[in-house]
Design a protein around this ligand. Structure first.
Ligand SMILES: [Fe+2]
Length: 212
């Protein structure tokens, strides 16, 4: 797999692009879970009830964070809206807005995390890059609002999000890095070849290009 420049310089402070008590309270509770956990899988388990509550709460995510984005790094009009990221880049919370019929490229995250559906329907598709050539579809599952799943590398890190509903889908992503700004990978569906990829955010900046 191609080498990436994964390290990002720290920010001067935590960045709450969506600066509301609901997000601050969630992040604070998540950090307490991470402190108590002895592994990424353990952190996901402790965070799960909090995450379920966030998905069930219809009041905190503004309409602007549920809008597609015409010229996004993901392509297909897919919007990636940052709500929060940690100063040390160890945590981010964002929404991913995928129009009907659109799908992300197959991609990795290079961090553990939790992903769940807030609105509409999506399929989760997990892949395993093969040693010689190609990708193996490990599992595909339809998701309703409120459903969520964990990403725990290296086993569950490569996936794709596809909207299956007639309405735009919105999913919430909590990742243990600054996912929009790190250089990671997309994977060619036919060959499995990895390419450097940085998705960016619609509403937050990343450092000058340093990965390609
Ligand atoms: Fe993803």
């Amino acid at each position: 797999m191609c080498d990436l420049h994964a390290d990002l310089p720290p920010l001067s402070d935590d960045e709450y692009v969506l600066d509301i008590p609901r997000v601050r309270g969630f992040v604070s509770a998540v950090r307490a879970c991470i402190e108590r956990a002895d592994s990424p899988a353990g952190a996901c388990e402790l965070i799960s009830p909090l995450f379920a509550g966030l998905l069930a709460d219809r009041d905190w995510l503004p309409p602007a964070f549920q809008e597609p984005a015409a010229d996004s790094g993901m392509g297909g009009g897919i919007g990636q809206w940052l709500a929060f990221r940690a100063a040390d880049r160890s945590l981010s919370l964002f929404s991913l807005v995928v129009p009907p019929g659109a799908k992300t490229p197959v991609h990795d995250h290079l961090a553990w995390g939790i992903v769940g559906v807030y609105r509409g329907n999506q399929d989760e598709e997990f892949y395993r890059p093969l040693d010689v050539r190609g990708l193996e579809l490990v599992r595909r599952r339809p998701l309703d609002p409120g459903d969520f799943y964990t990403l725990v590398p290296p086993r569950d890190d490569v996936h794709r999000v596809r909207t299956t509903s007639e309405q735009t889908s919105v999913s919430i992503h909590l990742l243990a890095n600054d996912t929009g700004c790190i250089w990671r990978h997309t994977f060619d569906e036919e060959t499995g070849a990895a390419s450097p990829f940085r998705s960016g955010y619609v509403n937050a900046a990343c450092e000058a290009d340093q990965g390609a």
